[in-house]
Design a protein around this ligand. Structure first.
Ligand SMILES: CC(C)(COP(=O)(O)OP(=O)(O)OC[C@H]1O[C@@H](n2cnc3c(N)ncnc32)[C@H](O)[C@@H]1OP(=O)(O)O)[C@@H](O)C(=O)NCCC(=O)NCCS
Length: 157
């Protein structure tokens, strides 16, 4: 059975090992993950598990009521991708950002990441800018944003 819950520091080693496997070039270090937990309550991380085994995670930075929120990360292990789990994680982040009255939600995504870009576009995100060499030399980022009214509409679809 698949379940979603808030992440805890005890999950960090598992998140880090999934991260290292999925992002060979630009994986977050254990220290970065740890500092995200220092950021609570401004940050909020979720994990998705199947029979207690973590198969994905997602994180949000949403500092104060009324401020723009940022999606920090979204990851589903390879063998579980394409089954709707990423979409469910994104919904959790969006629900939390809207609860904190974020007027917009922003994110960065690799320009060659078609599946992630497709997921975000369906939710209402649009490209607003690009950052060259953001992930590594030659690996650029697209910055996407979605206003709260489009995200609310997506949640009800
Ligand atoms: C990106 C990622 C989180 C998506 O999670 P997922 O569980 O595979 O995605 P889902 O199965 O929930 O699919 C979500 C939507 O994306 C769409 N999608 C999937 N692949 C697509 C593609 N190649 N092009 C366009 N849309 C695509 C699906 O159709 C689905 O939309 P729908 O339900 O409205 O039809 C996951 O693939 C992943 O972890 N990838 C590696 C890490 C990564 O790149 N993370 C994103 C960092 S910004």
């Amino acid at each position: 059975m698949i379940s979603y819950r808030a992440a805890t520091r005890e999950d960090l080693p598992t998140l880090f090992s999934i991260e290292a496997e999925l992002y060979p070039i630009d994986a977050w270090s254990l220290d970065i993950f740890d500092s995200e937990f220092d950021g609570i309550p401004d940050t909020r991380y979720y994990v998705v598990a199947e029979s207690d085994e973590i198969i994905g995670y997602a994180g949000l930075f949403s500092p104060l009521a009324g401020e723009v929120a940022d999606i920090q990360t979204m990851t589903v292990v390879k063998c579980e991708q394409g089954k709707g789990i990423g979409k469910a994680l994104l919904k959790l982040l969006v629900i939390e950002a809207l609860r904190r009255e974020a007027p917009d939600v922003l994110l960065e995504v690799r320009e060659d990441n078609a599946s992630a870009i497709g997921l975000y576009q369906r939710a209402g995100f649009e490209e607003i800018s690009r950052r060259k060499n953001y992930y590594a030399p030659g690996i650029h980022a697209i910055i996407m944003a979605a206003p709260s009214h489009l995200l609310k509409a997506w949640l009800t679809r």
